[in-house]
Design a protein around this ligand. Structure first.
Ligand SMILES: *[C@@H]1O[C@H](CO)[C@@H](O)[C@H](O)[C@H]1NC(C)=O
Ligand SMILES: *[C@@H]1O[C@H](CO)[C@@H](O)[C@H](O)[C@H]1NC(C)=O
Ligand SMILES: *[C@@H]1O[C@H](CO)[C@@H](O)[C@H](O)[C@H]1NC(C)=O
Ligand SMILES: *[C@@H]1O[C@H](CO)[C@@H](O)[C@H](O)[C@H]1NC(C)=O
Length: 307
């Protein structure tokens, strides 16, 4: 079984890398299954039915998750996710996005664009609150155009600051998700292995799997769990599908302050890098995220040097 999975996994790397709205329709994919995520209104809140019309979000009234961004190609199509990050201090100004390197490296993903346009997300994929071109891209110096080899991270410097005032703080070097708390994931990826990209901003929860358990029980033959990767499994059918790459997992403190939830207390924990099954919704799938805390120093240094 493990041998079979390993072979599928290798095939997937090619397939997943090539997926995009306008790309090869001949790639064989598993049949569609039920949507695995729903529009997220907050923990414990019911999802919004598809036929309910919500006024579009905008710079004055963004969504709770407008730090999630969508990378766009020249045709304006969604290719990958990313996260708008805080430049340091509690500055509400941000013009920096973190995403996975493979999302902006065409050697790793056909159709990837080094300088994508960036949509600051609204509730729907086609109702961004803002679109800003990328001015400069910084690939991690140790990126090898292969996500299984790690260092799958890039920084995008936007050509202007975003109007969204709650960029995510990046996880500190020593940050770990407390206790057994899970992390939230927001994305516009596919709702099923061969379904289209989600129209609505989607979210779900992921559980972080301790490295030792992951290596023993979850990692497929041929996958090497690098120090800078987070091993994780989705809660109830939540998975990483094509188009989710680069999208953020983040931790929010469970307790609210007397003033309400501190919008700066969230931590960007990881960005979706790859998954090790061909059907992204398979219950056997393990998702690998690039650990932001491992790259905290590089992110800070790069921003400082280039601001
Ligand atoms: C932003 O959205 C809110 C809520 O839908 C709306 O009341 C407001 O007029 C919008 N503002 C702008 C500038 O479009
Ligand atoms: C740059 O961003 C600021 C703040 O969001 C905005 O007021 C300004 O119009 C933007 N400039 C351009 C050229 O888009
Ligand atoms: C992480 O390090 C900082 C100082 O660099 C310290 O203030 C903080 O308490 C540490 N956090 C954890 C979870 O160890
Ligand atoms: C996490 O959960 C596992 C099993 O559900 C339990 O054995 C362990 O003690 C928990 N750890 C913490 C820190 O809560």
């Amino acid at each position: 079984m493990r041998g079979v999975r390993a072979a599928l996994f290798l095939a997937l790397l090619g397939v997943a890398a090539g997926l995009g709205e306008s790309q090869d329709p001949n790639v064989a994919l598993a049949p569609p299954s039920v949507a695995h995520r729903k529009l997220f209104q907050g923990r414990g809140q019911p999802p919004v039915p598809d036929d309910v019309v919500i006024p579009p979000a905008n710079c004055t009234r963004p969504t709770q998750f407008s730090f999630m961004v969508s990378l766009r190609n020249d045709a304006g199509e969604h290719t990958c996710g990313g996260a708008l990050i805080n430049e340091g201090g509690n500055s509400p100004e941000s013009r920096w996005v973190v995403t996975t390197a493979h999302c902006v490296d065409e050697l790793a993903k056909p159709g990837a664009l080094l300088l994508p346009d960036v949509d600051i997300s609204g509730r729907r994929r086609d109702q961004a609150i803002e679109r800003i071109p990328t001015e400069q891209t910084f690939l991690h110096p140790k990126w090898k155009s292969d996500r299984t080899r790690g260092n799958d991270i890039a920084l995008l410097k936007l050509s202007n600051t975003s109007c969204y005032k709650f960029p995510l703080n990046i996880a500190e070097k020593n940050f770990t998700v407390p206790g057994n708390e899970s992390v939230s994931f927001v994305a516009f990826g596919r709702e099923g292995a061969d379904a289209g990209f989600a129209d609505q901003q989607q979210a779900g929860m992921f559980n972080i799997i301790p490295r030792k358990t992951c290596k023993q029980d979850y990692v497929q033959e041929g996958t090497k769990l690098k120090k800078s990767m987070i091993c994780s499994r989705g809660n109830v059918n939540v998975a990483v599908c094509a188009g989710d790459e680069g999208s953020p997992i983040f931790w929010s403190p469970p307790k609210t302050t007397p003033e309400g939830r501190d919008p700066f207390a969230k931590r960007l924990v990881g960005i979706a890098s790859f998954t090790d099954v061909d059907d992204c919704q398979s219950p056997d799938g393990t998702a690998f995220f690039t650990s932001i805390s491992s790259f905290n120093k590089w992110i800070k240094k790069t921003i400082k040097k280039n601001s």
